[in-house]
Design a protein around this ligand. Structure first.
Ligand SMILES: [Zn+2]
Length: 172
């Protein structure tokens, strides 16, 4: 409640509902009191407005903060947790390496030449790698290079090789 100055004794009085000043008994006329109440009401409205604006600002700051935290979290998540496609690609790479090693291990003479990188032509969970004849060589018993071909088929999810063919001969 706003303090008002008594027009009679100039004391600060905080009870504008009174008709007379409690100290000097000066009559406080109704227009004077009405004006005071309106002044007080305006002050209260201004304070409420300021509080609302303050509250809105705090919510805005919280919302911005929340969005920033959310974005940062999403970024960390997308870097740390690989996507389905990334996992698939890793498993395909592992399967290719397994096929290359398996094929190289079949060389009977001399040092094995590992088949080069090839694209996966399999669909869905199947991997299918194929090497054209001459894309790698094994040595024969005389040490001469023999052009080789191969295909390697299996399951991406388990990494299991289900069919392996080298120079048209089914190994698996
Ligand atoms: Zn007074």
């Amino acid at each position: 409640m706003a303090a008002v100055e008594c027009p009679g004794c100039k004391a600060n009085i905080t009870v504008p509902d009174l008709i007379n000043c409690p100290l000097c008994q000066t009559h406080l006329n109704p227009p004077f009191l009405r004006e005071l109440r309106e002044k007080e009401a305006r002050a209260n409205r201004a304070a409420a407005n300021a509080q609302r604006i303050q509250g809105a600002k705090q919510w805005l700051i919280l919302a911005v903060f929340g969005v920033v935290i959310g974005l940062a979290g999403y970024l960390v998540y997308s870097v740390v947790v690989p996507s389905e496609a990334q996992l698939h690609a890793r498993k395909v790479s592992a399967a290719l390496l397994a096929c290359q090693q398996r094929i190289a291990g079949l060389a009977e003479y001399g040092e094995a030449e590992t088949p080069p990188y090839v694209k996966n032509f399999g669909k869905g969970d199947e991997f299918y790698f194929a090497w054209q004849r001459g894309s790698f060589h094994f040595k024969n018993g005389f040490g001469a290079p023999v052009p080789m071909s191969a295909s390697c088929i299996g399951s991406v999810s388990t990494g299991e090789i289900q069919q392996l063919t080298v120079n048209g001969k089914t190994v698996l």
